[in-house]
Design a protein around this ligand. Structure first.
Ligand SMILES: Nc1ncnc2c1ncn2[C@@H]1O[C@H](COP(=O)(O)OP(=O)(O)OP(=O)(O)O)[C@@H](O)[C@H]1O
Ligand SMILES: Nc1ncnc2c1ncn2[C@@H]1O[C@H](COP(=O)(O)OP(=O)(O)OP(=O)(O)O)[C@@H](O)[C@H]1O
Ligand SMILES: [Mg+2]
Ligand SMILES: [Mg+2]
Lengths: 253, 253
């Protein structure tokens, strides 16, 4: 019950939010009960599902910092079976406010553990950093899904991320496993894409998802309408690839 | 003397490092004396210029946290006229270590002020966040260059970034100005790109650079060879656009 998967990568713009939102929606589409939790102060996952963060009264910030009950921040989305816990810009302050707070790494875990069994899968979207918001998310999770953009700088950051995951596993969360590495924005006409694919297959063959997310403009258009790709254009290559990914993950449950 | 320009945007993957490295190299190519300072723990600007961060003894971390003299961390690059101050992964710890330190927002400014006049221009590359490393960079700078990826989520984050710049200007650095908004990864065949262009021209017409950086695969290939675009392929559209940008900035000095 309630498997918690965190989508993390400190490299920016690699497709964390796009993966969190569209995987969550594709899982809900496949009849799973899904909770999506936005742990990024940019609140892209929140706006990507059609909410305006500045109009929301409560968010995950209030749960972590002000001890508001997590049930009080659940939002129903337009997608059947998909519930959202939103973030707002005040979450930026949490990175600094958490530094001097007791059990600063496990505040999210304590809150999430009280409701995760009401869902089949919980997906966390993280900011592009390895700060306390990402550490809280890794500590609260069963596994990590790493979106990897098919670019040079993205590949460079992978070792650092795997080291951080190992540190969290040793010190804060023994159960933490690697769910898999997901190639994103893959363009078969581009040598760099093919080179990244080759390198990841060589070093992480058994950890790579079979699904690969192609570069697909529909994926970048959907958020401007506040809907996931399966609502925006279910026939697009972007939608197909996230439905494939959802099937792969459901088969493992 | 020594104009300091910070390249900042909390949205990830918008072209901060690509702009910092290639603008710095293009300015040096035009005979300016340039210092590039890597304030991102990912150290992409450091590796983008051919250095291996894990092999370096000292970095900007030692200047900000261990009071090492900033002259002791200057590195000569393969580009005439371009000097680098590198970063390493230990800079991640600085975000937390700075929280409880005296004058935590101005440590970089104090160090940079001692050497900036040895250069015509200083360029700072920032991490994708609005934490203490970015705040230190904004406080140490004369102006901010905002790379804006032609995508929906990137446009969404612009207001938050402009608010933060105003807060830093009011509280920490009265001199801070907006150098300009630079459109990056622009693709004229893509409606989203054209829509972002229209919106930025409507709301920020007088703050937009004339130069626009096109999506150009050569820009993403160059870092894997540890060289800027002007060394990798000077005839590419990517190189041309950064040379144009350098001319625009030099004309303002
Ligand atoms: N497969 C894809 N094809 C085309 N565009 C994509 C794809 N995946 C993501 N994008 C676009 O690329 C940009 C970066 O993606 P996204 O915002 O999901 O990355 P992120 O890792 O969440 O970024 P951040 O580090 O800022 O949180 C967005 O504008 C998104 O719409
Ligand atoms: N104009 C462009 N055309 C094609 N690719 C580009 C362009 N600009 C940047 N890139 C590539 O896009 C990716 C993101 O760019 P870059 O790393 O410079 O962004 P960033 O804002 O510094 O990211 P971060 O937020 O992680 O620091 C990189 O792989 C880079 O090589
Ligand atoms: Mg994101
Ligand atoms: Mg960068």
């Amino acid at each position: 019950m309630g498997k918690v998967i965190v989508v993390a990568n400190q490299k920016g713009g690699v497709g964390k939010t796009t993966t969190a939102v569209n995987l969550a929606a594709a899982l809900a589409f496949a009849e799973a009960r899904v909770l999506l939790l936005d742990m990024d102060p940019q609140s892209n996952a929140t706006s990507g599902l059609g909410f305006n963060p500045s109009e929301l009264k409560l968010s995950i910030y209030d749960v972590i910092i002000n001890n508001v009950k997590i049930e009080d921040v659940l939002l129903k989305t337009k997608i059947d079976g998909l519930t959202l816990i939103p973030s707002k810009i005040d979450l930026t302050a949490a990175e600094i406010e958490l530094v001097t707070v007791l059990s600063r790494e496990t505040r999210l875990k304590k809150a999430l553990d009280t409701i995760k069994d009401k869902f089949d899968i919980v997906i966390l979207d993280c900011p592009p950093s390895l700060g306390l918001l990402t550490i809280n998310s890794l500590t609260a999770s069963d596994s990590v899904l790493i979106p990897l953009q098919c670019e040079y700088y993205a590949l460079e950051g992978l070792t650092q991320l795997l080291n951080t995951i190992r540190l969290v596993k040793d010190g804060l969360n023994q159960n933490l496993e690697l769910e898999g590495i997901l190639l994103t924005m893959y363009d078969p006409r581009n040598n760099l894409s093919k080179e990244v694919y080759r390198q990841v297959r060589e070093y992480f063959r058994d950890k790579m998802f079979k699904s690969i997310i192609p570069r697909n403009v529909k994926l970048s258009e959907a958020p401007s309408y506040g809907v996931p790709i399966i609502s925006y254009d279910i026939k697009s290559k972007g939608a197909e690839s996230y439905i494939e990914l959802a099937k792969e993950i459901l088969a493992r449950l």
